[in-house]
Design a protein around this ligand. Structure first.
Ligand code: AMP
Ligand code: GLY
Length: 424
């Protein structure tokens, strides 16, 4: 069969790598893809938001299955466009992708169906939000309701900061239209865990857990980023946490979406926080995480095509997901200055060292070929250096050793990815 993957980051590289392992697949296309992806797939210069051009391409090439990796096209309704043209596609429709597209929606859903989450209020009027803050407990969390690349969240320590935050989001509109509506919520403390799942509208199957490191600098300092590295499984995701979430979070979310007339098919990513009062949902995403996909998919034993098909056909109840016991760690090699300001276009050396090395992967996030055919940096997050190991400590040592194989100007990474696991 022929498969088209939509997106061009490390997550899509991990999806392409996993799809390429399926004996059912004879040809993979990726739009737009990147330099690393082009080793496994034919990259097509069509942007992820060009729905009609992508659907034209899928028709012309007789694509059997399209898999959408990225959030923006899903939130924008790419799946509806493909389905209307009779094209087979993996991912939630627009009316279900809203679970990530609107924080106001997802908070309301959790409240209505009793899914544990931080207490909150929603505002469309900045004056009402400012008045509410006067009596609220600090610290407090402000969130632009719409999508903001993981950056529309402000944690404010005191009233002054919180008032300034409301003005940034709703008046100065630092996150554009995403700030038309705002959620103000209780500040929670605890360890964060990412849980990815496959959903077919009614059945949910949980993948292995992962833990992200969102801040740019060591010791969880610096600005929030898309993710600077992660590991799987998370030792903090205990059997007890799993049991609680199966009872109070996962199936309840799937049933709530179905009851709302928004059946969800695709990947739900649960951003959990393990508070002293038990696990709570910080956020939902409607797609694989990046870099979570880079640590979870190399551990997955199933043929992913079978799982995609089961989600589309509503037969996920017949699928058992299996993962190898090995742990996996990804360290992101970024361009110095990310997530604010950074330079691009520097040649990357050492990529060939990963060839044929079992248990080591280099997933490309922001790379491209220059005019001479050299692989050069082309983004804030450049590469996801990934390694397996018998234990998390071993996987971490392997991944950090492999970061040394790669060299490019302004190479930047965190040195403490997975370090917190020593405390588990
Ligand atoms: P979100 O996009 O909602 O996951 O928020 C991004 C990050 O902000 C999360 O991964 C947390 O680190 C932090 N965060 C979000 N909501 C809260 C909260 N209610 N309490 C504490 N930290 C939060
Ligand atoms: N790594 C977090 C995300 O993909 O949203």
């Amino acid at each position: 069969m022929k498969v088209l993957i939509v997106g061009g980051g490390g997550r899509e590289h991990a999806i392409v790598y996993k799809v390429a392992q399926s004996p059912k697949v004879e040809k993979i296309y990726c739009a737009p893809g990147n330099a690393g992806i082009s080793e496994l797939a034919e990259c097509v210069p069509i942007g992820a938001m060009e729905f009609d051009r992508l659907a034209d391409f899928a028709e012309e090439k007789k694509i059997d299955l399209t898999v959408v990796g990225m959030d923006d096209p899903l939130i924008g309704g790419i799946v509806d466009v493909f389905e209307a043209r009779g094209l087979r596609v993996f991912g939630p429709r627009k009316n279900a992708a809203i679970i990530e597209g609107s924080k106001a929606f997802s908070k309301e859903l959790m409240k209505k169906y009793g899914i544990p989450t931080a207490a909150y209020e929603t505002f469309t009027d900045p004056d009402k939000a400012l008045a509410y803050l006067e009596t609220a407990k600090m610290p407090i969390v402000l969130k632009a309701s719409g999508p903001a690349l993981g950056k529309g969240v402000l944690i404010c320590q005191n009233l002054e900061e919180a008032k300034a935050g409301v003005r940034e989001i709703m008046v100065e509109r630092h996150f554009g239209d995403s700030g038309n509506e705002m959620v103000i919520e209780e500040f929670l403390t605890g360890r964060e865990v990412s849980v990815l799942s496959f959903v077919d509208g009614k059945t949910i199957r949980i993948m292995s857990s992962a833990q992200d490191h969102k801040r740019a600098k060591d010791g969880d300092q610096g600005l929030n980023t898309g993710g600077m590295g992660n590991f799987s499984p998370s030792p903090f995701y205990t059997d007890e946490v799993d049991k609680f979430c199966r009872e109070h979070v996962y199936q309840k979310t799937v049933d709530a979406m179905a009851a709302e007339g928004r059946p969800f098919k695709g990947v739900i990513f649960f951003g959990l926080i393990l508070t002293p009062d038990g696990p709570k949902v910080l956020e939902y995403n409607c797609r694989f995480g990046d870099p979570e996909a880079q640590v979870v998919l190399p551990r997955m034993k199933n043929d992913i095509i079978d799982v995609f098909n089961a989600c589309i056909d509503g037969t996920l109840d017949q699928v058992k997901l299996e993962f190898i016991d090995d742990a996996c760690v990804t360290v992101i090699l970024a361009s110095d200055g990310y997530p604010v300001k950074y330079e691009k276009g520097f040649p990357i050396r050492g990529l060939e060292k990963f060839k044929g090395k079992k248990g080591y992967y280099v997933f490309h996030s922001g790379t491209k070929f220059d005019a001479d055919g050299n692989v050069v940096t082309n983004g804030g997050r450049v590469l996801g250096v990934t390694a397996l190991g018998k234990t998390l400590q071993e996987a971490r040592a392997n991944a950090y050793a492999a970061t040394e194989w790669i060299d490019f100007q302004n190479k930047y990474m965190r040195h403490d990815i997975g370090k917190s696991i020593d405390e588990a």
